[in-house]
Design a protein around this ligand. Structure first.
Ligand code: BGC
Length: 752
């Protein structure tokens, strides 16, 4: 049978497999392929990195990005794409990635990665979307839907709490359940529920001491039973610890091939009765289902349009760039005028993607210098000076002097700065967020020669702006722009395109302000997520800390007015209506951000959290009503005792703005809440007993008319009294409730 014949169903195939064949199907056959079963026509599937482009290695497989791969479109990595806040764009990028994946007969693209940017120092932040789970989750869901619309799968990774590269294969992320649920799992949950990725990739690390690859709570209870995941769980490359424990926990496929070791262990465990056939069959069925889904595309791979995908990569890079600062309208550069001095090697030799497993071999590569020169052809003179050698720590005096001379002779200087590739990569974390000293020195000397300076940045994770941003006129954060980033930057600088990106992560004044200081990257095998929920802007807001650039910030060449904020009950929740008007002179796009604040909570909650957003494109003078729907989850928190999401009745703030620190309109709403009743125990505090809807009344009745009642509700001492567990109060002389009354009170409370 060939892999294109009509095959038996997964269930029929399962019934025909031997134990050895089943175990082998749960192991890779090499670096990138699953195991085939020739006699039953089960093909080997190819899976391949990575999130922003296909890295299909034709020979010499490795997972570290060392060996070459076939040419593929290199879109901007997630740090850039996320700054577009554009789900529709992510969907289209996903579709293009899906077409390329399909055309190369690859069945699963290994991405996207939705881990939170807990620390600005994580070496892999360029590959992740945001410090906010709603933004990361919604963008990644669109990308997954796009890829999978082409008949190939995705692998949502790295599940979960893989927020650093230091000791990534062994570290235990020690994090409380509420923080896990509200911050670290939410993005995964949103993608699973909205887009059903074909596969989820478990992470290398441990969570609270348990390897993700063998954690039944993570892989089965939460992922499958609570969220309804229907696909296959694959290990990150080399994440398997004890293979049979993994199968039992819900890890289906081990990658890459374990050279037979995993297969042997599974067979032995089943024969010894320590691994049930039921658990084995479940995992095998997940592999067979994946094969089933992949067949159609393998039989009809199709092709893709290299030019069209390059154009899409340019559009994506344009929307990914964030205009951080633009004093005296330094940008856009006028179409005519004096010389434009372009300074910085990155203008000529772009840094456009990160290092490691996601490294793509691009179909072509644009550089900003050529694109700018072309834009100004015949209208403005463009000069170039390299200024620095990216990977060199030594100041190149000759290069700097040349750059200074160019700057002095020009009307405006565009300085391209950024992180050399070795500054950020999969596999290790950063030690600081500074640009290389050679670049900072260069900038200082250029500014001294000509203060009319615009800086363009190329970096995958945030860099320290404070030491120099006040000395320049404008800063355009281009992130790692992918293969067409050079052209995109030129379009933005010249005003052919209008910047519309917004920061998906805060840029702190100093990285030492960030919430993980003291708890990153951990010690002795453990990293304590001591900041709890206060990740990113949640932390800076809680501490009222100044930031260099706020979460959600991004300027435009036009301005937008916000008006008419209204809340209305809608079909899927609370609809937030707001009217946005382009009050400037050029067309532009605005990202409307909706933050929710729980102002009267019984638990500690962040000041305000992003719960929805929408992007709107408007001509000059045009207005449009934007509607963002907030579902129940937007108001809820994870109630650890009740073990579920809870909306607590009371007042909530709904704030609409252009960034987390630029709130334009705000209102409040009173919600009834869903009446969670915290279960009582004999030793619950009197306060908790009194708050209980039925038991509280009984306790009050018993106290009525006694001196205890006065003490209990005294405005000064009452709080101290009510903090005493009821069980202990019963033992105080004269207390009107006896210890022996408690079981009855409890069972009545439970029954109510
Ligand atoms: C990375 C994954 C990647 C895999 C395969 C691992 O080292 O963590 O993100 O998909 O290798 O290359």
């Amino acid at each position: 049978m060939t892999d294109t014949d009509v095959p038996s169903s997964p269930a029929e195939l399962l019934a025909q497999l031997t134990l050895e064949e089943k175990a082998a199907l749960l192991d890779g056959s090499d670096f990138w392929h699953t195991e085939p079963v020739q006699r039953l026509g089960i093909p080997a599937l190819m899976v391949t990195d990575g999130p922003h482009g296909l890295r299909k290695q034709s020979e010499g497989g490795d997972h570290l990005g060392l060996n070459a791969s076939v040419p593929a479109t290199c879109f901007p990595p997630a740090a850039g794409l996320a700054s577009s806040w554009n789900v529709e764009l992510l969907q289209r990028v996903g579709e293009a990635l899906g077409r390329e994946t399909r055309a190369e007969k690859v069945s699963v693209l290994l991405g996207p990665g939705v881990n939170m940017k807990r620390s600005p120092l994580c070496g892999r932040n360029f590959e992740y979307f945001s410090e906010d789970p709603v933004l990361a989750g919604d963008l990644a869901a669109a990308m997954v839907a796009g890829v999978q619309s082409q008949g190939v799968g995705t692998s949502l990774k790295h599940y979960a709490a893989n927020n650093q590269e230091t000791q990534r294969m062994t570290i235990s992320a020690d994090v409380d359940e509420r923080t896990l649920r509200e911050i670290y799992l939410t993005a995964f949950e949103r993608v699973v529920k909205k887009a059903q990725p074909w596969t989820v990739m478990c992470s290398y690390n441990r969570i609270n001491g348990v390897y993700a690859s063998e954690d039944p709570w993570l892989l089965t209870r939460v992922l499958r039973e609570e969220w309804g995941f229907e696909g296959l769980v694959v290990s990150d490359w080399g994440a398997v610890n004890v293979r049979e424990d993994g199968v039992r926990a819900g890890l289906d496929l081990e990658m890459p091939s374990s050279s037979g070791a995993g297969t042997r262990r599974i067979v032995e465990a089943v024969n010894a009765g320590t691994l049930s056939t039921e658990a084995l069959d479940k995992a095998v069925l997940n592999v067979l289902n994946l094969v089933e889904k992949a067949r159609a595309a393998l039989a009809d791979p199709g092709s893709f349009d290299v030019d069209a995908h390059h154009a899409l990569a340019r559009e994506a890079a344009t929307q990914s760039a964030v205009l951080l600062k633009n004093e005296q309208n330094a940008l856009p550069l006028a179409a005519t005028g004096g010389t434009v001095a372009v300074v910085g090697e990155f203008a000529r030799t772009p840094r456009y993607q990160g290092a490691g497993s996601s490294q793509v071999n691009p179909t072509r590569l644009d550089d900003a210098l050529s694109a700018l020169t072309a834009q100004f052809q015949g209208s403005r003179e463009v000069t170039f000076a390299a200024g620095y050698v990216p990977e060199s720590e030594e100041a190149a005096e000759e290069l700097v002097s040349q750059a200074v001379a160019h700057a002095a002779a020009a009307e405006v200087v565009v300085v391209f700065l950024g992180l050399p590739a070795s500054y950020e990569s999969e596999g290790y974390d950063r030690e600081h967020t500074n640009l290389p000293p050679t670049q900072l020195d260069l900038l200082e000397r250029v500014v001294a020669a000509n203060p009319n300076v615009v800086v363009v940045l190329a970096n995958g994770s945030v860099v320290n702006l404070e030491p120099w941003q006040h000395s320049v006129k404008a800063v355009l954060e281009g992130w790692l722009g992918g293969q067409a980033g050079g052209g995109a930057v030129a379009d933005l600088l010249c005003g052919v395109a209008n910047p519309s990106g917004k920061l998906a992560e805060t840029i702190p004044v100093n990285y030492r302000d960030n919430p993980t200081i003291g708890n990153f990257p951990g010690e002795q095998g453990h990293v304590r997520y001591g900041e709890g929920l206060l990740v990113g802007y949640r932390w800076y807001d809680a501490r009222s800390l100044p930031v260099a650039a706020a979460f959600g910030h991004g300027l435009s060449y036009t301005t937008f007015e916000y008006s008419d904020l209204q809340l209305q009950a809608g079909e899927n929740g609370l609809d937030v209506h707001v009217t946005i008007r382009n009050s400037g002179d050029v067309a532009g796009s605005e990202v409307v951000q909706v933050y929710v604040a729980d102002t009267e909570a019984s638990v500690s909650r962040p000041d305000a959290e992003l719960k929805g957003f929408a992007r709107v494109t408007l001509e000059p003078g045009e207005s449009r009503e934007v509607v963002v729907t907030l579902d129940e989850r937007a108001f809820s928190f994870w109630h650890t005792t009740a073990g579920r999401w809870v909306v607590e009745g009371g007042e909530f703030g709904v704030r609409v703005g252009a960034s987390s620190r630029d709130i334009r309109l705000a209102t409040t709403i009173e919600l009834p809440g869903d009446g969670v009743v915290t279960p009582l125990a004999q030793d619950s505090e009197a306060e908790e007993w009194l708050a209980h809807p039925s038991a509280g009344e009984k306790v009050r009745e018993a106290l009525e008319g006694t001196a205890w009642s006065e003490m209990m509700f005294d405005p000064h001492n009452g709080q101290m009294m009510r903090a005493i567990p009821l069980l202990r109060l019963t033992r105080f002389p004269g207390f009107p409730i006896a210890e022996s009354d408690l079981p009855k009170l409890l069972s009545e409370a439970d029954a109510s």
